[in-house]
Ligand binder design. Structure first.
Ligand code: ADE
Length: 234
């Protein structure tokens, strides 16, 4: 799967994603991440990509043209490889639909994803109207730019691609599966700070272990995220 991230800070994206599990997946060629600098598509000699906001207001806005030229360059590369592909373009914005595991699963089916990171006060609405297919927010708070949200979306989607996690089953039985949080887990030693590993987990009785884990998932979800139970009952 190919992620094409449009940003003013490509080094931030690459430093974040070139490590650990996503870094290994890149090395293995399972995912490919290109961070494209929008500034390379500035159409003036000062490489300026922002300007004042019509009608007044604090701060600067990213201009339409560099964003559009950057998008066109990425798109022509994708079309050369796969002529029929019209990739989804995700704009990271606090005004978007809140990102969920379900959305990650939906996006993991795509071959190419273009992610657009805003900065300053945002991006000229006209280019957003022309290229964006999905607006995604990572939560109801405002960050300084779309880079961290783009990294979060890329990470959550990547780990669903077969081969990215060493153990593919671990992507199946985890939090948010059936709107339940994951059950508590334990490793050695059997007793730590006087706390014992629950007896059932040492029993080797797989049916009982599954039953206990499901009960714990339900209990944990009720205590910590009752809103998820409400969603399932709707
Ligand atoms: N850009 C700034 N804040 C954001 C958020 N919460 N989600 C996505 N993109 C953002």
């Amino acid at each position: 799967m190919n992620f094409h991230i449009m940003t003013l800070f490509p080094e931030m994206i690459l430093q974040g994603l070139n490590t650990s599990i996503t870094g290994r997946a890149i090395e293995k060629g399972i995912i490919n991440i290109e961070a494209v600098n929008i500034r390379d598509y500035a159409f003036n000699k000062h490489n300026k990509v922002d300007d004042y906001i019509y009608g007044g207001g604090a701060g600067m806005l990213m201009q339409a043209e560099p964003v559009y030229l950057c998008y066109e360059a990425i798109l022509s590369g994708i079309i050369e490889r796969t002529p029929k592909c019209r990739p989804r373009v995700i704009y990271l914005t606090p005004q978007g639909e809140v990102f969920t595991q379900k959305k990650a699963q939906e996006l993991a089916k795509e071959e190419d994803l273009i992610l657009l990171c805003g900065h300053y006060e945002g991006i000229d609405e006209r280019v957003l109207e022309e290229i964006v297919t999905d607006n995604i927010s990572i939560g109801d708070y405002v960050l300084t730019g779309g880079e961290l949200p783009a990294m979060i979306v890329t990470d959550a989607v990547s780990r669903l691609i077969p081969g990215v996690l060493n153990n593919d089953v671990s992507a199946e039985f985890e939090s948010f599966q059936d709107n339940l949080l994951e059950y508590p887990q334990y490793s050695r030693p059997e007793i730590w700070h006087g706390k014992r590993v629950p007896e059932v987990l040492l029993s080797g009785h797989h049916a009982n272990i599954e039953k206990w884990r499901h009960e714990q998932s339900v209990l944990r979800t009720r205590q910590r995220r009752p809103d998820l139970i409400d969603i399932s009952n709707k």
